[in-house]
Design a protein around this ligand. Structure first.
Ligand code: DLZ
Length: 158
């Protein structure tokens, strides 16, 4: 498997005895659900395998990636330690892709500046469906797994 950079190497759960206490919010987009559900299960499996309690993971579905911004904002006003925003934007025939990608990346970036918890960007921005399949449990791994590791690493900064 061609894996690229593996951010999981930087996280060692032995150094995080408090991991059982962490509350994690996940906002996930219904659009391209065949892809986002694989990203979601990759994230949940990784979090629980490293000691996060399943009952401490809250999942909020939203219609599309554009709504990840508001969904993340709402969760950022609650008692979570970290939020993961999961989506998949696939390029179509129009400029819609560019507007959604730009809005959601700017929106999540701004929330990271204003809220007291990190919001992890787990949003595929692909040119076609095959690229998304390859990155959601296919030949390039699962971005949901990587983003779960990013979330765990960011907890240690908090
Ligand atoms: C409308 C739309 C389109 C064309 N493509 C995608 C996509 O590839 N991925 C995605 O997550 N959402 C898409 N959407 C839906 C928008 O994100 C949003 O839900 C609607 O524009 C309603 O605000």
């Amino acid at each position: 498997m061609k894996s690229g950079k593996n951010i999981s190497l930087k996280f060692d759960s032995k150094n995080h005895p408090d991991i059982k206490k962490y509350n994690i919010g996940i906002v996930v987009s219904e659009w391209n659900k065949d892809i986002t559900k694989n990203l979601l299960s990759g994230a949940i499996d990784t979090l629980t395998q490293h000691g996060v309690q399943k009952e401490n993971i809250f999942i909020q579905w939203v219609p599309g990636s554009f709504e990840l911004i508001f969904g993340s904002k709402v969760l950022s006003e609650k008692e979570f330690d970290v939020i993961i925003a999961i989506g998949c934007v696939i390029k179509g025939e129009t400029d819609h892709y560019d507007y959604i990608c730009s809005s959601v990346s700017q929106g999540i970036m701004q929330l990271n500046l204003t809220s007291s918890m990190p919001i992890i960007f787990c949003i595929l921005t692909d040119h076609n469906k095959q690229q998304s399949i390859d990155r959601s449990g296919g030949k390039y791994g699962n971005k949901g797994v990587e983003c779960a590791f990013a979330a765990l690493q960011m907890l240690s900064i908090k």
